[in-house]
Design a protein around this ligand. Structure first.
Ligand SMILES: Cc1ncc(COP(=O)(O)O)c(C=O)c1O
Length: 418
């Protein structure tokens, strides 16, 4: 065979990988890739799994847990899945919009029964994450350059904003007392204007559990309109805070005051579908042409990213919402989850103060998460000395606490903060 000069040619004869010898000469592109920081939460899960202590406590992973520590499939979803198995007669493509029956069935729950349907259109997305990505990318295509956002926030928000080429303008979300820093939001909004977007959590703020009060939303909504900014509303935990209706109060108040907004919605927590990736992206505007274009841009982004969203979970949610009995069952299950989260919060708040940590604010916060003001050394000591695992920010998953482990947790917290 003629010698081609390709460095791999002599590989069989010399038993040395010639590519390794000539790496520099070949100018290999992948060698230029920057290392990426390891995902802190995934690292924590690994450590937790490797910990042999029987009484270890996982407050890291962000999923709901029952009083026995399980994250079960909702019974309403199980029934819907059984029905789906029986009745689904094709898995042919649906298109980048996904299951529009699912998208439409959610509208009254998110926007309210009375909402003007002509103002809203939506499409399915792979989870709330996919929906946030669509909202931020569509905002960028609409000319938005900066996204104002209270911090700390769900870490992926900043990553998505950066990945979409937008500038993040942070402002404080939480006061030292563990309430919403309304003054910081107002001050930030006063420096924002057309061309800016403002990302707000609808309820159950991740990671702090700190939500704006109804009164604060009443003031925020007209301010957003006055500053002519584009609201990006992320509703990922509806029903886990104060109830399905109450948790939508902020979003609905904003939408009643502003001419246009983008909404990212997740069903992964309130239907327990985490790994099935169920979300929706909505645009709200009074202009029919703008609405069509918002959806067309969303569909174009989806087409170039995941092409079409996964079907199964969204189809199961649609079946739940189309059936009155399954809807009632789902809402009951959600009520039970919320009641359990509230019960744990009340128990923590009743402790008032544990060592140096004020616990009372936890009782006024909402949803799965709260942040405890702990130092990195205290978080490490909790993990190493007491088997209590939490995020490096001090975020705890309230639902990780049960009747069995809440007292040991408080004892460990006292020990490291005394
Ligand atoms: C505030 C917020 N938005 C969106 C999401 C995305 O949720 P998912 O992609 O799991 O539906 C999360 C998940 O943790 C979140 O906390």
């Amino acid at each position: 065979m003629a010698c081609t000069g390709y460095p791999g040619e002599a590989w069989g004869r010399r038993r040395v990988n010639p590519i390794n010898q000539s790496r520099k000469r070949m100018n290999l592109m992948l060698e230029a890739l920057a290392a990426q920081p390891a995902d802190a939460l995934l690292g924590l899960i690994k450590l937790y799994n490797a910990d042999p202590r029987a009484d270890k406590i996982d407050l890291g992973v962000g999923v709901y847990r029952t009083a026995s520590g399980a994250t079960p499939v909702f019974a309403a979803i199980k029934s819907a899945e059984a029905r789906l198995l029986e009745t689904q007669d094709s898995k042919s493509y649906l298109g980048p919009d996904g299951d529009m029956g699912f998208v439409t069935a959610l509208i009254p729950y998110v926007f309210g029964a009375e909402f003007d349907r002509a103002r809203v259109d939506g499409m399915q997305a792979p989870g709330g994450t996919g929906a946030v990505r669509l909202a931020v990318e569509v905002a960028a295509r609409a000319g938005v350059k900066r996204v104002f956002m209270g911090t700390p926030s769900w870490p992926n928000h900043a990553q998505i904003i950066a990945a979409s080429g937008l500038e993040l303008v942070p402002f404080a979300h939480v006061t030292p007392e563990g309430t919403a820093d309304f003054a910081a939001l107002v001050a930030a909004l006063n420096t924002a204007g057309p061309g800016d977007a403002v990302l707000l959590h609808g309820c159950c703020h991740n990671p702090s559990g700190v939500d704006y009060t109804g009164q604060q939303w009443d003031a925020i909504a007209p301010l957003l309109a006055q500053r002519k900014v584009l609201p990006l509303l992320d509703l990922a935990y509806q029903g886990l805070g104060e109830g399905m209706e109450a948790d939508a109060y902020g979003l609905r108040t904003v939408l009643a005051a502003v001419p246009e907004a983008l909404v990212a919605y997740s069903c992964d927590k309130n239907f327990g579908l985490y790994r099935d990736r169920v979300g929706a992206f909505y645009a709200v505007t009074g202009d029919a042409g703008a609405l069509t274009r918002a959806m067309a841009n969303g569909a174009a982004i989806a087409r170039a990213s995941w092409s079409m969203p996964p079907d199964h979970g969204a189809a199961a949610v649609r079946l739940v919402l189309e059936d009155a009995a399954l809807t009632a069952q789902w809402l009951n299950e959600l009520d039970d989850m919320r009641a359990r989260i509230r019960e744990v919060r009340d128990r923590l708040a009743a402790a008032q103060r544990v060592g140096s940590v004020p616990m009372a604010p936890v009782g006024n916060q909402n949803g799965l998460f709260s942040i405890l003001p702990l130092s990195p050394a205290q978080i490490l000591a909790l993990r190493e000395d007491h088997g209590v695992y939490m995020a490096g920010s001090g975020r705890i998953n309230i639902a990780g606490l049960t009747g069995d482990n809440i007292e040991p947790f408080l004892t460990a917290l006292r020990a490291v903060t005394a």
